[in-house]
Ligand binder design. Structure first.
Ligand code: CTP
Length: 451
């Protein structure tokens, strides 16, 4: 039966980008074709999705997907059963973009010919994203395609053709009917691009962003009082995100960049003495993180806690460099940031976006100093993954007292003494210190604590 390579694999083949998902479309039954191919390649039988008329084979690192050409809209992850067979061209025209609607013939006659009825190859050359049909039709078939347009533009560094973009603007509200899971998949792909601000600007200017991420849109704008303006926190946030993206591929660190100032609108105040302030935006922002994660269907696990921690601590390193750097301030930061301290320093450096180069240079040099100090202090005191040098159980045995609040208080005092530099993070010193503070509380050492 007539069979063709189609979709993203063809696009990436021409662009010389790696792609391990190969889509085949045939004029006939995709399931039959997959079964024959599996037999010919001596592979196990295909995984069949009968409702959708598709079948899948795995060979090595490749995933081969077989589908019969169809008349109705094509969506790789559609849950809608397919209804009507179609011709190759009918199948191509119901795909999302011209660059994703090219096919390569696998027929003996004309093997390798490119079948490109909508000018996809020209659009790859001109670097534009355009729909094969009237964009309003293509987007109404699947509104997620509006986000896909932006995601591809961002990943490939393409423009969106004006009529296609105008249709995104006019249809933006329909993104609301798409499931949060599909939206976040695309958003995360945008966030993982080398210059994610481009995708976010398209999301913003098209009007899509406000439908699923209003908190970020609320950062946009500049307010003046008595000629005092604050910076536009939306564009500032995007610059921080790009700065982070230059040095880290970590999705969650990128999310921390997106959310670091998220509570600025909620905490914004103006006073004649201090101008614009955003007091407490780091704590308030950290408290907003779970709600945003929940709604966007991001995972509510350690990744969320990491983002929360970074949002909460994002001003701390900069506060350190402004003042004289004391050992105890460094110890406290190491203790609170724990294993996230390197990520926190990346975020903090990325957050310096002043137009004043001299000031940026000065801050960054001070950061070097802080980091140097951090290494020194950590080598000496090991507070980054702080383990109490004396455990609660030991205190119970030493003083023969029942478990209770006092145990926690004693442990806290020891921890504070270490962070403040009164004693070193050392078991002997901690035990001596414990003896002192316990005596002050009137506790008496048990005669035989190890009984
Ligand atoms: N497709 C579509 N509309 C969608 C999703 C997919 O028309 N909403 C079509 C496109 O022809 C696309 C193909 O299905 O090329 C495969 O989709 P998918 O695997 O999601 O994307 P790729 O184009 O392969 O790109 P990527 O792997 O980067 O997601």
């Amino acid at each position: 039966m007539p069979t063709y390579l189609v979709g993203g694999f063809v696009r990436d083949l021409i662009l010389n980008r790696p792609n391990k998902d190969i889509d085949f479309v045939c004029v006939g039954s995709g399931i039959e074709l997959a079964t024959e191919v599996a037999a010919a390649l001596e592979l196990p039988p295909p995984v069949v999705f009968r409702n959708f008329g598709t079948a899948m084979l795995k060979t090595g690192e490749f995933e081969l997907e077989f589908v019969g050409a169809r008349k109705e809209s094509y969506r790789a992850d559609s849950r809608k059963p397919w209804v009507e067979d179609g011709t190759l061209e009918e199948d191509q025209q119901r795909r999302d973009f011209t660059i994703n609607a090219m096919a390569i013939s696998l027929q003996a006659q004309g093997f390798g010919d490119l079948i490109d009825p909508f000018g996809g190859i020209g659009h790859l050359r001109k670097k534009v994203i355009q729909t094969p049909l009237d964009p309003v039709i293509t987007f109404s078939d699947d509104p997620l395609r509006m986000m896909r347009a932006i995601r591809f533009a961002n990943q490939l560094d393409f423009d969106i053709e004006p009529e296609t973009f105008a249709a995104i603007i006019s249809q933006a509200e329909r993104i609301r009917i798409v499931s949060a899971e599909r939206v976040i998949d695309e958003l995360n792909k945008i966030i993982l691009c080398p210059v994610p601000s481009y995708g976010f600007k398209l999301l913003f200017h098209s009007g899509l962003l406000r439908h699923f991420f209003p908190e970020l849109v609320a950062l946009h704008g500049v307010e003046y009082v008595d000629n005092h303006a604050h910076k536009d926190n939306f564009f500032h946030t995007l610059q921080v995100l790009d700065n982070v993206a230059k040095v880290s591929d970590d999705l969650w660190l990128r999310w921390a960049a997106i959310l670091h100032d998220i509570a600025k609108p909620a905490t914004k105040r103006f006073s004649p003495q201090h101008g614009w302030t955003f007091h407490g935006h780091e704590d308030r922002g950290a408290r907003m993180v779970p709600g945003i994660f929940r709604r966007l269907k991001l995972p509510l696990n350690e990744h969320m806690h990491f983002v929360q921690k970074l949002v909460r601590l994002h001003l701390r390193p900069i506060a350190l460099v402004k003042k004289e750097v004391t050992d105890s301030a460094v110890r406290r930061l190491l203790f609170e940031a724990g294993d996230s301290v390197d990520a926190l320093m990346i975020l903090c450096r990325a957050d310096i976006t002043s137009k004043n180069h001299e000031r940026v240079g000065r801050y960054l040099r001070n950061f070097d100093l802080v980091e140097h100090k951090m290494t020194e202090v950590e080598e000496k005191d090991r507070v980054r993954n702080f383990q109490p040098p004396v455990t609660g159980d030991e205190i119970i045995r030493l003083y023969n007292i029942p478990p209770g609040r006092i145990i926690g208080d004693l442990k806290d005092e020891i921890k504070e003494a270490i962070l403040e530099g009164v004693i070193r993070n050392d078991r002997e010193e901690a035990l001596r210190f414990l003896a002192d503070i316990a005596a002050k509380k009137g506790l008496i050492l048990s005669s035989n604590p190890y009984e």
